[in-house]
Design a protein around this ligand. Structure first.
Ligand SMILES: Cc1cc2nc3c(=O)[nH]c(=O)nc-3n(C[C@H](O)[C@H](O)[C@H](O)COP(=O)(O)OP(=O)(O)OC[C@H]3O[C@@H](n4cnc5c(N)ncnc54)[C@H](O)[C@@H]3O)c2cc1C
Length: 382
């Protein structure tokens, strides 16, 4: 058991004291903030405190969709926001993805531009008609953002190729892709360490004390870190440190199959208005979602599974996605997102020298890089 009294002089002065910025959370947001800070202020001492062995939250546990919004999702957003606001958010996601791809490189991300499909069930005919009516207009708006002549396209002919059951229509998005979140984070951690960022794993911040001249972070094992400024990049776990911030944890349960010979599809797929999502990972199927089946129970920051959601995912695999293909499940996992009534991240200075970059929703792969970088800019400029 360590505590501050038995740290050596060298440990205390080199690692724990007089840090310029401490970042809590080593996910996509925290790590990008650290990289940007080192670019802006190469001499600043910057450390990340991550409670997991890896960034065990969402960044290494997500589905790896490089997406910016399906048609039904954009239409849904239009109910509460103006068209300009909705497409400004799309542009931000798109720019975030380009920034991530430039920073990490497509090879390291294992990025595949295989596009994404939205599936419509027989009972969703009217939703499909609404999408169809908006298709040309959306493509027009996206032209300037994505620089492709048409992003969305109806591709009903693919239904029989893919072997789905109970699906009446497919809308293809030409501009979305998929990546490997493990490789993404591995490379980002290497870039940060290369620039001199210290990453401490297994360190959980338990309390933040804002003092006159510095901020003290009290951690497990009795450890104490001191810094001029602190950034919380704790997303779905933020309420544990800041109970009043409007970030609700949202657990997502996921499975992956064993390899399937002759898997008939590749790409990313949004089903049931995005409540379920699946993709190929090589010749395996990754499948997750169903949070809407038990909304309150899934508003938790504890990892885990429920038979209700597991059974639903298996049922949809058997009946809709792989109705004629034998498969075996390889593993299950869960991840925690941070959501709220608004889709924007909470990127601000919440108290003298304490900043937040949290509430990434279901699009953190797309916006995480920019949100982290904007947090760094804010910390340097205020
Ligand atoms: C199952 C699942 C599927 C998803 N699929 C996609 C997708 O396909 N595409 C997409 O764009 N987005 C997807 N997302 C969302 C995306 O993964 C997240 O928005 C993004 O990873 C959030 O990054 P972050 O850095 O804010 O948070 P996180 O990655 O959760 O990082 C926060 C870190 O803070 C650490 N931490 C928390 N509290 C403390 C503390 N007190 N002390 C020290 N460390 C602490 C945690 O351990 C964690 O590693 C998905 C999310 C999940 C869960």
């Amino acid at each position: 058991m360590h505590n501050k009294h038995n740290l050596s002089h060298w440990e205390k002065t080199v690692f724990f004291d007089e840090t310029d910025v401490l970042i809590i959370g080593g996910g996509i947001v925290g790590i990008n903030a650290s990289i940007r800070l080192k670019e802006l202020k190469p001499n600043w001492k910057i450390s990340i405190l991550e409670r997991g062995t890896l960034p065990f939250g969402a960044s290494t546990r997500n589905a790896g969709f490089a997406c910016f919004g399906s048609m039904t999702e954009l239409l849904d957003d239009l109910k509460t926001q103006s068209e300009d606001e909705v497409f400004a958010l799309v542009e931000k996601r798109w720019n975030g993805l380009q920034r991530l791809r430039n920073r990490v490189g497509d090879e390291s991300l294992n990025y595949k531009s295989w596009g994404a499909f939205e599936l419509f069930k027989e009972s969703e005919q009217s939703d499909f008609e609404t999408c169809k009516n908006h298709l040309d207009h959306f493509n027009d708006r996206l032209k300037t953002i994505v620089k492709k002549p048409s992003v969305f396209e109806i591709q009903d002919d693919k239904k029989s190729d893919f072997g789905f059951n109970g699906v009446s229509h497919l809308i293809f998005n030409h501009a979305e892709g998929q990546l490997n979140p493990g490789k993404m984070m591995q490379t980002l951690w290497a870039i940060a360490r290369n620039k001199g960022v210290e990453i401490f794993t297994g360190v959980e911040v338990e309390k933040i004390e804002n003092r006159d001249h510095d901020v003290v972070l009290k951690c497990n094992h009795g450890l104490e870190f001191r810094s001029a400024k602190v950034l919380l990049a704790t997303n779905g776990f933020t309420k544990r440190l800041l109970p009043d911030l409007e970030v609700v944890p949202a657990r997502n349960q996921v499975l992956i199959t064993q390899p399937i010979s002759n898997l008939p599809f590749k790409g990313c797929f949004h089903y049931d208005k995005g409540y379920f999502y699946f993709r190929n990972v090589g010749n395996r199927v990754l499948f997750g979602g169903g949070r809407n089946l038990a909304k309150e129970a899934e508003e938790t920051d504890e990892f885990g599974h429920t038979s209700l959601i597991q059974n639903k995912l298996i049922d949809l695999l058997n009946k809709v996605i792989l109705p004629n293909t034998p498969y075996e499940i390889d593993r299950w996992w869960s991840g925690i997102m941070g959501v709220g009534t608004q889709k924007e991240a909470i990127l601000k200075c919440i108290d003298k020298n304490i900043y937040t970059a949290v509430r990434l929703g279901g699009m953190g792969v797309a916006i995480g890089t920019l949100v982290g970088e904007e947090a760094a800019d804010l910390m340097v400029n205020t």
